[in-house]
Structure formats: C-alpha cells, structure tokens
Design a protein around this ligand. Sequence first.
Ligand SMILES: Cc1cc2nc3c(=O)[nH]c(=O)nc-3n(C[C@H](O)[C@H](O)[C@H](O)COP(=O)(O)OP(=O)(O)OC[C@H]3O[C@@H](n4cnc5c(N)ncnc54)[C@H](O)[C@@H]3O)c2cc1C
Length: 381
Amino acid sequence: MSHFHKYDRPQLGRTVSVPVLIVGAGVIGTAVACELTARGVACTVIDERDAGGRATQASAGMLAPYVEGHENGPLLDLGIRSLALYDEWVARLTRDAGLDVEYRRVGTLEIALDADHAAQLRATSARDAGVTRTWLDPADARARHPALGSIAGALFTPTHGYVAARQLTAAQAAAAVKGGAAFHRTRATRIERGGDVLRVITSTGALTARSVVLAAGAWGSDIDVAGSSIPPLRPVRGQLLHLGWRGHPIETIIWGPECYIVPRTDGSLLVGATVEDVGFDERATAAGVRDLLDAACDLLPGGWGATFLSVNVGLRPAAPDDLPVLGPDERMPGLIHASGHYRNGVLLAPLTARLIADWIVDEKRDPAFAVLHPNRFFRGV
Ligand SMILES: Cc1cc2nc3c(=O)[nH]c(=O)nc-3n(C[C@H](O)[C@H](O)[C@H](O)COP(=O)(O)OP(=O)(O)OC[C@H]3O[C@@H](n4cnc5c(N)ncnc54)[C@H](O)[C@@H]3O)c2cc1C
C-alpha cells in the first residue's frame, strides 16, 4: 500500500483565491499545512508530485541533533528544539490522521574505528555537558551489540531516534486534509505581487493568497519571484540502501565514519547516505551502492549476507551556509521561506511548522529568524 497522500486533480485554469498557499508537499510543506489547519487556518498545498515524492522519500528519518550538530551552533539548537516536540507531534498526527507512523527513540551509537576518532568522540561527549551520553569501550560495545565488527569504542546517545519519513509525511498530509487543507497537483513557475495579495502562476492557472510559504526543497530557486531573489539553494544527492538483515538483531542506530545504519521494526536496515554534488540528477549509481555497502560491512561484517531490497535517491536542499532558510521575506511581504533543510528536514519539520505558523497566525518572530532569514544572502544588494 502506498503511504502517499493522493491529490485531487482540479484544472485550476483561472485565478483562485486562498488564504495561505504552500508550494511543495515534502515533509516541510505538509508539516506546515498540518500545523496551520490545526490552528484553524485554511491552506492549499501545490506540488507536481505526490506528497513526499522527492528528497523526503529517500530520507532515513534520523532524529539525531547531537550527531548532526557537532560543529554547528544554530543547527544544534534547532535540532534540540525540534526533537523536544517530536513525541507530541507524532501522537497528534496518528490521532488526527488515523495512520500509523513508525517512530522510535532507540538512540545512536557513534562508532570510532581508530584511537584518534575515539579520542575525538570522548572530547565531544565531555563538551555536551548535561546530555546523557555513555562512552563504551570496544569490549563493552560488542557485548551489547554482537553484530559489530572490530571497533575502537562507541558513544551512545539514548535520546536520539528515527521516524519513517514517508509515513510521517503521509500522516501530515492526511491530518491537514482532515483539517480542511486542499492539495492540487500543479507546478509554481512565478510569484508576483498583485495589490495586497501574492499571485502565484502555476502550470494550470493562477492562485492568489495573502501568505505564500515556499517549501519547494532544492527546486525553490527555479521559481521566478518578481521583486525579490530566491536564496541560492543547491541540490545535494543522497543515496540510501534498504537491506534485509538476518544477523544478531540491531537495537540502535549505528553511526560510523562513512555511513549510518537505521534498524527498522521489520528487521530490515537502512544504510545511508552518499553526499554528492551532481546537480539535479536523481539516479542511483553503482559507485554509490558499492561505497555504502563497503562502509556498512566495515561496521557489521555480517552485512555481506544481507539481502538487497532497494536503493532510494533524493536531492537535499542546501543553502550556501548549509543552514535552513526560514522566515518572512523582507523584500516580498507575504512570502515566507521554509527550505534549505539540507540533511535535517525530517528532524526539523515540527519546529519549522511551529515557527512558520507562529508568524502567519500571530506575526510572532522567533529569534531563530534573525540567523535563518532568507535575505541573509543578499545584504547590500
Ligand atoms: C538519502 C537521504 C537521507 C536523509 N536522511 C535524513 C535523516 O536521517 N534525517 C533528516 O532529518 N533528514 C534527512 N534527509 C534530509 C531530508 O530528507 C530533507 O531535508 C527533507 O526531505 C527536505 O524536505 P523538503 O520538504 O524541504 O523537500 P522535498 O522533500 O524535496 O519536497 C519539496 C517538494 O516541493 C515540490 N516542488 C518543487 N518545486 C515545485 C514547484 N515549482 N511547484 C510545486 N511544487 C514544487 C517537489 O516536487 C517536492 O515534493 C535525508 C535526505 C536524503 C536524500
């Protein structure tokens, strides 16, 4: 059964007015739609594909701010804030949408394969005071996780976890529809001002809205915005393997130097991910699959006996500073950006939805907008 929400397919063909228009039905656009409808705001979502059909469908869905945010202050703060919303977010979604969402806080085990990396991980854990993290020496780690190969130690962070990104997105879309949101399959080509509303030209007609949320992922920069400039987002390809696993059960997310491994409840494993600058090319490659298999089997030698189920590919949306692009566009009142989530769109979806809804409903400007605002790339222009 497909988890994707099915669209209605009206031919717009004329100008239709809506209160809030969301461009893009990935994990970000559907999260914003879900939050807005929960607050009683009618919204319309447009996408040329099924919900979650682009970067989101390839995501491993890890929720691991202390790993992803090692080097990055704002990203770590955002990740911690969003992770804190997750229990309630998933509970609300499953209740409102009536769909199951696989979500588990199984922790991450960061693996050091040599002494230098072990020392680095121990230093990191000492720096993150106040966070419960446990250092495991090699014997201890392998006693707890017998599938591991030879390692130099491991850092366990119990608060981390994962969510099934496609199921999450399907549930967000379904909850939004139950709350009154409409989904149309069409492509936005241009956004322009039309009096006190914004006019969005699409491949099937025009829509006007007081607020337009741009959540078009890596493709956002393709949309022509009259009177403003879209931040220069670039696509970063990621390949993700799905393997059938028959060895000792894997109880936690394993994060090695060259790949990570996410254990799903059906016993299968996700192995990700490549990070490739190859433009808008969504194809899987032999080299990508080989590199991920090599890296996974360095961590789990039994991996060579796994069955190969599939490879998924997505283009992550990345801004020049690799931080999200969030908040109102000062040059184009009514236009709100929600993109550039790069490697952490699933983790950051609940927080993004809350901050964007706070702005649309109450004009509440979260302090994070001061760092993440879309106009940061155009100072002095
Ligand atoms: C291999 C891989 C693994 C990942 N693992 C993780 C992870 O473990 N944890 C995590 O948090 N994140 C992870 N990510 C990152 C995460 O998937 C992305 O950050 C997230 O999916 C971005 O969501 P989005 O909604 O912005 O973009 P997308 O999912 O790409 O959605 C954008 C949508 O906009 C639509 N669109 C584009 N242009 C237009 C237009 N002109 N008109 C109408 N619609 C348009 C597209 O069709 C698409 O549906 C991973 C990504 C990849 C590729």
